[in-house]
Design a binder for this molecule. Structure first.
Ligand code: ADP
Ligand code: MG
Length: 280
């Protein structure tokens, strides 16, 4: 499989000047993100998720090791723009990412800065607003939109730069459940329909269930890696790291512990229903 992002033995220390004994925020982190993949990164607060995410579009450069985006070395300044064109980022707070007073002008901001032709900008803006299902709001004022709508405008703004990959750093954390669902559906569509590589950092296990692969970070290191079913079937290990598993996985774990003959790696309600209906 072709690599979109390659992290090789990455270490990183936030440099606070003199203080030499501050701990590593990233400690020998090695993993790849493949083209077209939907990768989820889990980990409790302070485990290094945002720090690794920021390495993926040159917001941070490794103290040791290397990060490559589409084979471009992030530590080479000449590559910064090319890398940011390939790997866009969406953050937690949509209010910090929206710059204009009209939705379509906000989406146009990125490509305008890249010097894209006005006609092409018009096409991209309409196209990207349609992809996030916000086209009918193109003349609206962003500050009057709901959190989920604002976040979708922010995503359209990133899409307008035509990235191959988008990194979402807890992009649904500030949204209400319906906003979260809207944004999650948008992210899934970007991956499945438009084949954009997704790196999703989240605290919500029902979002993580959608991943092709999950990486669990703990204390600046990778502690687990695998598909959702494999990761979440480690209920004890996940709890030890301070993380939850999806509700249905937890329930199947408890039912099994109490003697029921049931699979212990159930992820969704549908699977649970199927499994329970087959019991004698
Ligand atoms: P996460 O996103 O998983 O919550 P972070 O990547 O933000 O974790 O943080 C990893 C570690 O780096 C934590 O110990 C955190 O306190 C530290 N850290 C994060 N940002 C800074 C910063 N700007 N300056 C100093 N230390 C930081
Ligand atoms: Mg973070």
């Amino acid at each position: 499989m072709e690599k979109m992002i390659e992290c090789k033995n990455v270490t990183f220390k936030y440099d606070n000047g003199e203080n030499t004994d501050i701990k590593l925020a990233l400690d020998d982190v090695t993993f790849d993100v493949y083209k077209g993949e939907f990768l989820v990164i889990l980990g409790r607060n302070g485990s290094g998720k945002s720090t690794i995410a920021k390495h993926m579009n040159c917001l941070l450069i490794p103290s040791g090791g290397k990060v490559f985006v589409d084979e471009l070395d992030t530590s080479d300044e000449k590559n910064t723009w090319a890398i940011r064109n390939r790997a866009g980022m969406v953050f937690q707070n949509p209010d910090n990412q929206i710059v204009a007073t009209i939705v379509e002008e906000d989406v146009a901001f990125g490509p305008e800065n890249l010097g894209v032709e006005p006609q092409e900008i018009r096409k991209r803006v309409d196209n990207c607003l349609r992809k996030v299902n916000m086209y009918s709001y193109r003349k609206h004022a962003p500050h009057l939109l709901s959190g989920g709508q604002k976040q979708r405008v922010a995503i359209a703004g990133v899409l307008a730069m035509m990235p191959n990959c988008i990194i979402f750093d807890e992009a649904t954390a500030m949204l209400d459940p319906s906003g979260r669902k809207e944004v999650m559906k948008t992210i899934l569509d970007l991956n499945r329909i438009y084949k954009i590589t997704i790196v999703l950092i989240t605290h919500y296990m029902e979002e993580a269930v959608e991943a092709d692969r999950i990486i669990v970070m703990d204390d600046g290191k990778i502690s687990l890696e695998g598909d959702p079913r494999t990761i979440f079937s480690n209920v004890k290990m996940m709890k030890k790291i301070g993380l939850d598993v999806p509700q249905m996985t937890e329930l199947s774990f408890e039912l099994k512990n109490s003697g029921l003959n049931i699979k212990s790696d159930i992820l969704t309600i549908n699977e649970m229903v199927n499994e329970l209906c087959q019991l004698e």
